[in-house]
Design a protein around this ligand. Structure first.
Ligand SMILES: Nc1ncnc2c1ncn2[C@@H]1O[C@H](COP(=O)(O)OP(=O)(O)O)[C@@H](O)[C@H]1O
Ligand SMILES: [Mg+2]
Length: 160
């Protein structure tokens, strides 16, 4: 089932990231789509804070993949600059996403066949003012549970 999260500000997008962090399990894969500036990196910064990562998290646009160590290993990809699916092997995309950490993949929808069967697609749409509509489309049972728990956590979060 599809779920939607409305995020009025940068802070609430970051907070949504913190809230999904509590729900993540080893092997989870989240693909993030949305225009440049939609808030994909902002969301992953929240995830990273929620996982207890202490170093500063920057956009992996130029590195393609950055790894952070928290409660779980966080693999943060940005596939914007990748031209061909074969390049995914050069960056060990498959080995990394199966390594037992959690993977957040900006522009993951550019290579849909590379994503595992059960993954959560998150599309961030820019609305009026600063608001964002975050649409969750799970592709399997694990991602469905994650989407459901995440949207419920956002709704019941007093800090949001
Ligand atoms: N509701 C919102 N959620 C997330 N970011 C927002 C929001 N409103 C404004 N912004 C701004 O949008 C930009 C998002 O940037 P970033 O997370 O790097 O986007 P992306 O990784 O999708 O290109 C930031 O400058 C942030 O301050
Ligand atoms: Mg980004």
């Amino acid at each position: 089932m599809r779920h939607e999260i409305i995020s009025p500000t940068e802070a609430t997008t970051y907070r949504a990231g913190e809230l999904i962090a509590d729900l993540l399990a080893p092997g989870d894969v989240v693909s993030l789509s949305g225009d440049l500036g939609a808030g994909k990196t902002c969301l992953v910064k929240g995830v990273s804070a929620g996982l207890g990562v202490i170093e500063n998290v920057t956009s992996p646009t130029f590195n393609i993949m950055l790894e952070h160590h928290g409660r779980l290993e966080l693999f943060h990809f940005d596939l914007y600059r990748l031209e061909r699916a074969e390049q995914l092997e050069d960056i060990d995309f498959y080995g990394t996403t199966e390594a037992g950490g959690v993977s957040f993949i900006e522009w993951g929808e550019r290579f849909p066949e590379a994503l595992p069967e059960d993954h959560l697609s998150v599309d961030i749409l820019i609305g009026d003012d600063d608001s964002r509509l975050i649409v969750l489309s799970p592709s399997g049972p694990r991602a469905s549970a994650l989407a459901e728990d995440w949207s419920a956590a956002v709704l019941s979060d007093v800090g949001a």
